[in-house]
Design a protein around this ligand. Structure first.
Ligand SMILES: [Zn+2]
Length: 267
């Protein structure tokens, strides 16, 4: 992963808010407007308010969320981060904000992004951290989507959904510890698109976060695009081509994590 310059990071943040402008304008014309996807240099969701961190200067999803509120008058924004790493900035910046719901699934590392970090003050309950065990894969994420993401979005009723789309949970990424597949990313994109269509006039933008090799990120992003465009998934072909080997998922630990999240958030 390469550190961007400050100037590059400014341009990337600007591209993110331009995408929000475009999506808001498009949704006024047609509620079936396509999902926006910012194909920008990745690695942003670790930056802090006053400090660059983890190769990131600015946290674009957070900037775009605030921009959508202040410039376009959208009251409630929901941020979903399915990157395999915990997104420090997004989580902390809106920790006491009831109008920006931050939902993160990430690898369990024990010291941050924990179940009981649920927001504070007026924002209590508007932060959802779901740490998942090593080996989390397609079955787990499908369950997380149905049992956690869908009810949370339905309950929060956002005016816009912003997705920090990190693809480093793919089975071939040595840093993520997960074993998601390109098919998982198809399913997530399809489901999130439908939620946005049903609940917030189709206003939804994806920002590219981390990912493994360029080839796998390309296939995973392409799967997301196929879902947005209503085309069939080509994931099986890809997984065969790269001979992706998958272990059994730790189903009991995954169920436990989902159950704990449901109990903490009264879902
Ligand atoms: Zn990551």
């Amino acid at each position: 992963m390469m550190m961007q310059s400050y100037e590059d990071s400014l341009a990337v943040a600007g591209a993110g808010i331009s995408l929000v402008d475009f999506m808001v304008a498009a949704s006024k014309i047609d509620e079936k407007s396509p999902v926006g996807f910012a194909l920008m240099p990745p690695a942003r969701h670790h930056a802090l308010l006053d400090e660059s961190k983890g190769w990131c200067y600015f946290e674009n999803a957070g900037i775009a969320a605030r921009y959508a509120q202040r410039v376009h008058g959208l009251k409630r924004v929901l941020i979903i981060d399915f990157d395999a790493h915990f997104m420090s900035y997004t989580n902390h910046a809106f920790y006491d904000d009831p109008d920006i719901f931050v939902l993160s699934t990430h690898k369990s590392v024990g010291y941050h992004g924990k179940f009981n970090e649920t927001g504070s003050g007026l924002g209590e309950g508007a932060t959802l951290n779901l740490p998942l065990p090593d080996g989390t894969g397609d079955i787990a994420m499908r369950n997380v989507f149905d049992e956690i993401i869908v009810p949370c979005v339905q309950r929060f009723k956002p005016d816009m959904i912003i997705v920090s789309a990190g693809y480093d949970g793919h089975a071939t990424d040595p840093t993520g510890g997960f074993q998601l597949t390109t098919g998982t990313y198809f399913t997530l994109a399809l489901g999130i698109k439908q939620l946005a269509k049903d609940l917030c006039g189709g206003r939804c933008v994806f920002f590219l976060e981390g990912g493994p090799s360029k080839g796998i990120v390309s296939f995973s992003v392409a799967e997301s695009f196929r879902a947005f465009l209503g085309e069939p998934s080509m994931a099986d072909e890809f997984e065969k081509k790269y001979a992706v080997f998958l272990h059994d998922e730790p189903i009991n630990k995954i169920k436990e994590a989902i159950q704990r999240t449901k109990s903490v958030h009264s879902i």
